[in-house]
Ligand binder design. Structure first.
Ligand SMILES: [Zn+2]
Length: 268
């Protein structure tokens, strides 16, 4: 105790001397700085817009098709090197990728959305590392009954993408032509897939992709009633309207597109 008291006296004396000498020399005593808990700066309010021309690009496979690819796969594939060149172009030219939730908000940057249909394994093994490298985001539309089967991602892998910069959307249970189904079957295909994805990734599923781009008014009303915020089609174009979020147009990127062709499409 005695030693502690003595130490205290010495410390107080030293502080006084420093303080007094600072006063004498008119030097400002060092200020004590307290670090307060960081407060998040409020996000500036987003300005909504009625119609946009932000391209929504549509991909399926990112893979190098060799003799193992059947005709369908061949038609749905963009090679790894082409995909990398496309993403590098976007990154080098100041493009920003958004999720579909942000489609009708004003953006100062050149803006687009990337989408992948079906949920193939190469989306994780080939596309995701390239997107990560260029800090780009994408939306993946999953066929629920194909999850974990040959060539398709399993739930763990889908969750892995969801935990990265990917948003997960629904693409029905079995990829049928929805316009040929009874309303009851339609509801099952659309709503149960949404619920299953949400159960597996622990996040709400907000967007839907019509299998083979087939839809009509009844399909749209079922998608709406199932709680989705919007849906993408295969109708080609970039002009989308806020009043029509269940018929979002996209641009298909083909394996045969040259880089110049790709640039032409995204800058339409
Ligand atoms: Zn599909």
């Amino acid at each position: 105790m005695k030693i502690t008291s003595a130490l205290s006296i010495i410390i107080v004396a030293l502080i006084s001397i420093v303080f007094v000498s600072c006063k004498i020399q008119n030097i400002k005593a060092p200020e004590l700085k307290f670090t307060s808990a960081p407060t998040a700066s409020p996000e500036p309010p987003k300005e909504t817009i009625e119609s946009t021309s932000y391209p929504i690009l549509m991909y399926h496979h990112v893979k190098n098709c060799d003799e193992n690819c059947d005709d369908i796969e061949q038609g749905l594939s963009v090679s790894n090197s082409d995909f990398e060149a496309q993403m590098k172009y976007l990154s080098d030219n100041g493009y920003k990728t958004i999720f579909l939730d942000d489609l009708f908000y004003k953006s100062d940057a050149k803006t687009l959305a990337l989408t992948f249909d079906d949920g193939y394994l190469d989306n994780l093994s080939e596309a995701a590392p390239i997107l990560k490298k260029y800090n780009l985001s994408a939306t993946l539309f999953v066929i629920c009954d194909s999850v974990g089967t040959d060539r398709y991602l399993n739930w763990e892998q889908i969750k892995q993408l969801s935990d990265q910069n990917w948003q997960i959307g629904a693409h029905t249970k079995t990829h049928p032509n929805l316009t040929t189904l009874s309303k009851e079957d339609m509801e099952d295909q659309i709503a149960s897939c949404k619920t299953e994805i949400e159960k597996n990734i622990g996040k709400p599923v907000k967007f839907f992709s019509y299998p083979a781009g087939k839809f009509d008014d009844t399909v749209i009303s079922v998608v709406k009633d199932s709680g989705f915020s919007g849906a993408v089609t295969t109708v080609s174009g970039t002009k989308n309207n806020k009043n029509n979020p269940f018929e979002l147009k996209r641009l298909r990127i083909n394996g045969s597109d040259s880089l110049d062709g790709f640039i032409y499409k995204v800058s339409e």
